[in-house]
Ligand binder design. Structure first.
Ligand code: SF4
Ligand code: SF4
Length: 475
């Protein structure tokens, strides 16, 4: 069915018509946005392009879900985030066709480190944060960035850092993102998340707050470099939960703390958060490679996460892309992405190959406080600076044509991973590959399957020698 859909969408007349759907109207919105609203309300528009739009929508539905999903789709389309996501998918079909994995018409998510100012000194910080950069974006320039992303159709922004709550104009940036109906999340260390601030964030319609917690009091404070902050972090989590914002505890697993992962999972359940995110430590920035887990240790932690996911009301996520492989090896088809987990069955299982896997430069991009763009916040390769664009359309042109982004989207190009049956749902972490081999298309040595094949190669041994990485010695 996916093949039939792909043939239909990729025919030259369909591609031509898809571009017509994306034409901006006088209101500044695209034709397809108006059509989606009409479809959600069950209206029939007497326009030739509307007939084609319905054909694409219903053929896509038929291919991946089945026509019985039509009523649910109408209901879901009443949600502005869902509509925004669908416009992005239609734009992706017009620009790139039906790719495996799929590339949307604009990033779904931008993780934006709005400042490198931070009140903590975490050992693993990818941003080496502490003081703000000298050239951080002014309020005016940062608002312009939100305009560019909003016009381009970006669905979600995560304000991160550094400590984003130290940025004085954060509420202004949130409000501007909300004008474009973007989903907004905040990734914070939690120590500044007082009850008043949590209420204020709720008032500004923040959808999601992620607070970092790396173990017990002793471990957390050792990790975060400042004594006495554990209590404030826990208070921050409670405040976020209490004001009714969807809350996530995030933990970065390293040699120092991975034995405490189960304890933090228990705490996540006790504190009533909805999500627990296990970050896959990448040796970049201040994060030294001696902190890294071996592939075997990582595999065990991910299996534990998987078991807990099946037993708990908390949604256990991970940024390690091999999490999807572990699910499939346990005979369940999970769409295990960095942002959500969905169990797939029946015809929906075909979706995993289209959506899953490392999203760097494909589903998401990172942005530094000075506007420098990276495929992922953990992958320190500068692609340009967002200040170079004067409009959302110019940004979209860059998204379509940038050579490195195009390479990152093609999983067949990746050494070792490119031959792996899990390449579309996983594809390895490109930031980890870069950290170890200075090559975004190298294998990911954090995965046990890639590790076994790498261990037989000369290149592997020279990488270990060059980087002195004890972590890569399998246990
Ligand atoms: S070999 Fe690569 S694609 Fe396969 S599971 Fe490991 S990291 Fe993922
Ligand atoms: S490179 Fe990919 S897998 Fe690694 S952290 Fe970034 S988005 Fe996630």
């Amino acid at each position: 069915m996916a093949i039939a859909f792909s043939r239909f969408v990729e025919s030259p007349p369909s591609r031509f018509l898809l571009h017509k759907l994306l034409k901006r109207e006088k209101s500044g919105a695209t034709r397809v946005e108006r059509y989606l609203k009409a479809y959600a309300r069950g209206e029939e528009l007497r326009e030739a392009y509307y007939w084609f739009f319905k054909k694409v929508l219903e053929k896509g539905l038929e291919s991946f879900i089945g026509s019985e999903g039509r009523e649910e789709l109408r209901k879901a389309l009443l949600d502005p985030y869902f509509r925004k996501g669908l416009v992005n998918i239609i734009r992706g079909l017009a620009y790139f066709g039906v790719r495996k994995p799929f590339t949307p018409g604009a990033p779904f998510l931008i993780v934006w480190d709005v400042t490198y100012a931070c009140n903590l000194k975490c050992k693993h910080c990818y941003a080496s944060a502490g003081k703000p950069l000298v050239d951080e974006l002014t309020t005016e320039a940062a608002l312009k960035v939100v305009d560019i992303l909003g016009e381009a159709g970006v669905v979600a922004i995560a304000f991160s850092g550094g400590e984003p709550l130290m940025r004085k104009d954060l509420y202004e940036l949130i409000d501007r993102a909300k004008e474009y109906e973007m989903q907004v999340s905040i990734a914070t260390n939690g120590t500044l998340l007082t009850r008043d601030r949590a209420r204020e964030l709720k008032k500004h319609k923040v959808d999601f707050i992620q607070v970092s917690l790396d173990g017990t009091k002793e471990i957390h404070e050792k990790f975060r470099g400042v004594p006495g902050i554990y209590g404030k972090t826990i208070e921050g989590i409670k405040n976020s939960v209490d004001v009714g914002i969807t809350t996530c505890i995030s933990m970065t697993a390293t040699k120092l703390n991975y034995r405490y992962v189960p304890a933090v999972m228990d705490l996540a359940e006790k504190l009533g958060v909805q999500y627990f995110m296990l970050y896959n430590f990448i040796p970049t920035g201040r994060g030294e490679s001696v902190l890294d887990l071996t592939p075997g240790e990582r595999e065990e932690i991910l299996k534990l996460l998987w078991r807990r996911l099946n037993e708990s009301r908390v949604n256990f996520l991970s940024t390690a892309p091999y999490y999807a492989r572990i699910a499939l090896q346990n005979k369940k088809c999970y769409l295990a992405t960095h942002f959500y987990n969905v169990e797939l069955s029946g015809r929906l299982t075909t979706l995993a190959d289209f959506i899953g896997g490392c999203g760097a430069g494909r589903f998401y991009m990172g942005l530094k406080p000075n506007g420098d763009m990276q495929p992922c916040v953990f992958l320190p390769v500068k692609l340009g600076n967002i200040k170079q664009f004067s409009s959302g359309d110019e940004y979209l042109e860059f998204w379509r044509k940038n050579r490195l982004l195009e390479k990152l989207r093609n999983k067949e190009l990746i050494e070792i991973c490119g031959e792996c049956p899990y390449r579309y749902v996983c594809g390895g972490c490109r930031a980890r590959a870069y950290a170890y081999f200075r090559n975004c298309l190298a294998p990911d040595p954090g995965c046990i399957l890639a590790y076994r094949r790498l261990a037989t190669k000369d290149k592997w041994f020279s990488a270990r020698r060059n980087l002195g990485q004890a972590a890569l010695v399998q246990n």
